[in-house]
Design a binder for this molecule. Structure first.
Ligand SMILES: Nc1ncnc2c1ncn2[C@@H]1O[C@H](COP(=O)(O)OP(=O)(O)O)[C@@H](O)[C@H]1O
Ligand SMILES: [Mg+2]
Length: 157
């Protein structure tokens, strides 16, 4: 089959959990996801979260849900199967807890510069790979929230 560039059809596996049945191509999916992510970013702008709230399992899930909840059934839910990247799926919650506690420790004890903390958080988040998809974009937004909002994330304890 020939497709215009960006018009690659999604296969059945890729469509698993898709809430919008009219999305049939990669380009359409990218566009819908981007719109959903932009609304999530707007949502974060109105939040005033303390670092303990930001660095919690419930916020990690909530942010993923806000980013992809209009598109994917599994948004905001940890994956339940293995990927070729990431920890064993049944270790996601405990591994994430260790990361979030480490991150709070780095902040409270000024172990690294804020930029370095954000990068370390992003790197470890994506290597845990909490969700079936969207982990790259989600981890970058988590890092941005921890870096751009230092007054909110770091100052109010
Ligand atoms: N082998 C790997 N080692 C480290 N990072 C990886 C590896 N494979 C994929 N990634 C990271 O995982 C992310 C892709 O995960 P994915 O859940 O598909 O997120 P997204 O859909 O937002 O791109 C990318 O940011 C990529 O850098
Ligand atoms: Mg992906």
């Amino acid at each position: 089959m020939n497709y215009i560039q960006g018009q690659t059809a999604l296969d059945e596996e890729e469509k698993e959990g898709l809430l919008i049945s009219t999305i049939t191509t990669r380009a359409e999916l990218d566009e819908f996801e981007q719109l959903n992510i932009e609304s999530a970013i707007e949502w974060t702008l109105h939040k005033k979260l303390k670092k303990e709230q930001l660095l919690s399992e419930s916020f990690v899930k909530k942010l993923h849900q806000k980013m992809y909840g209009n598109i994917w059934k599994w948004a905001g839910k940890f994956r339940k199967s293995e990927k070729n990247i990431g920890v064993n799926y049944y270790l996601i919650s405990t591994t994430l807890k260790i990361l979030l506690e480490d991150c709070l420790f780095w902040i409270d004890n000024k172990v690294y510069e804020p930029e370095v903390i954000a990068i370390r958080l992003k790197h470890r988040l994506v290597s845990i790979h909490c969700f079936p998809n969207g982990n790259g974009r989600h981890s970058r937004l988590m890092a941005d929230l921890n870096r751009i909002d230092p007054l909110i994330a770091f100052a109010q304890s």
